[in-house]
Design a protein around this ligand. Structure first.
Ligand code: NCD
Ligand code: ZN
Ligand code: ZN
Length: 349
């Protein structure tokens, strides 16, 4: 006769960090930064603005604009990145390092939102990657090939074979983070690739498989890149996130877009999870019976990999219903959070 354990009613974690975040700029930024700052102490800010953040001076100016959006009484530190292009000069890396920039983001040209200025051939960036390896800046990767002949659902696995394995070999001292991984292939690659290769995992890829995009009709708020995959992949991601392996850590990839541009004939890719990020992760870890693994994933492993100190404050999550609002004001537009109108089981205090 099994005795069921009492359900955990609350957990207190060291304050977490978000190692992959889009906050945009202007009025959009003012709408989303308070949500992230309420839960996270720090976040890696993606540089895919229009035009992209490609210089240390632009990164510093962007950091100042983000800081100005943090509500009084909250401590939140944006960690800045530059957008790698075919032409980013190696000399910029030293300036970036001096400015406190921590990483560069590699978007294969055309792979995702605002990636037109991305890299057309990684070999064109080798002098810059050498400077990064020397200065200790990380390389963050959107890991999908862009060839139209490759099936959309196979683009991450193809990227590992065609680009990541050679890159890893050519720069053995460079820290590489494969961002927002979505496949078993990526989870297994990172698990076995050694101490300088890590991956971020989003809450939505831990919670949903590709059926979510098509349940009863097309649901654009579940469309992101890399696109949700089939259930076997989701299970491999949950296994990685809850494994206690230090090279898997939290990165929401919260990617706000105006609702009317997602609910569109050519809808934008990106899920807005910044409002309820930790509640969504708690739900995923709870469902896997692994709440005890959440703190290291959310609050320790990312800081350790980046070589930054762990945070000192705490965040408490309670098993209490959270009714997710239908929408937020987003400049002149509306922003719909993931799970809009639904009730979640966890609520951040
Ligand atoms: C991101 C965005 O909207 O900037 N979209 C997404 O679907 N994830 C870009 C990205 O992270 O690839
Ligand atoms: Zn991406
Ligand atoms: Zn992203």
């Amino acid at each position: 006769m099994g005795q069921s354990l009492p359900m955990t009613s609350s957990i207190t974690l060291t304050r977490p960090d978000d190692w992959h975040l889009h906050v945009r700029d202007g009025a959009a930024m003012a709408a989303v930064v308070p949500h992230t700052a309420a839960q996270f102490a720090r976040a890696i800010i993606m540089p895919n603005l229009k035009p992209p953040v490609t210089t240390a001076a632009q990164a510093i100016a962007y950091r100042d604009r983000i800081r100005a959006c943090v509500p009084a009484g909250l401590a939140f530190e944006p960690l800045m990145t530059l957008y790698l292009t075919d032409k980013l000069p190696p000399e910029e890396i030293r300036r970036a390092k001096a400015a406190g920039v921590v990483a560069l983001k590699f978007y294969p040209a055309g792979a995702t939102t605002n990636s037109d200025a991305g890299v057309t051939d990684i070999r064109k960036t080798y002098a810059t990657l050498e400077a990064m390896q020397r200065e200790g800046l990380l390389l963050l990767v959107h890991g999908e090939v862009t060839s139209p002949e490759v099936d959309l659902f196979d683009r991450e696995a193809a990227f590992i074979d065609e680009q990541l394995i050679p890159l890893r070999r050519d720069f053995p001292g460079l820290k590489i983070v494969m961002e927002h991984i979505t496949t078993r292939e990526a989870a297994h690659y990172v698990r076995d690739a050694g101490p300088l290769t890590a991956a971020t995992l989003t809450a939505h890829h831990l919670l949903y498989n590709r059926n979510a995009i098509f349940t009863g009709g097309i649901r654009p708020h579940y469309y992101c890149l890399p696109v949700l995959k089939r259930e076997t992949h989701r299970l491999a991601l949950v296994a990685a996130a809850t494994s206690g392996h230090p090279n898997f850590f939290l990165g929401t990839d919260s990617a706000p877009h105006a609702a009317h541009l997602k609910e569109h004939a050519v809808g934008c890719a990106g899920c807005y999870t910044g409002f309820n990020a930790m509640e969504l992760y708690a739900q995923a870890f709870d469902a896997a019976g692994a709440l005890d693994k959440l703190e290291a994933f959310a609050s320790f492993f990312g800081a350790d990999f980046y070589g930054l100190p762990r945070n000192t404050g705490t965040l408490t999550l309670r098993r209490e219903p959270l009714l997710v609002p239908e929408a937020f004001a987003y400049g002149e537009a509306q922003l719909k959070p993931l799970c809009a109108g639904e009730t979640l089981a966890w609520k951040a205090a």
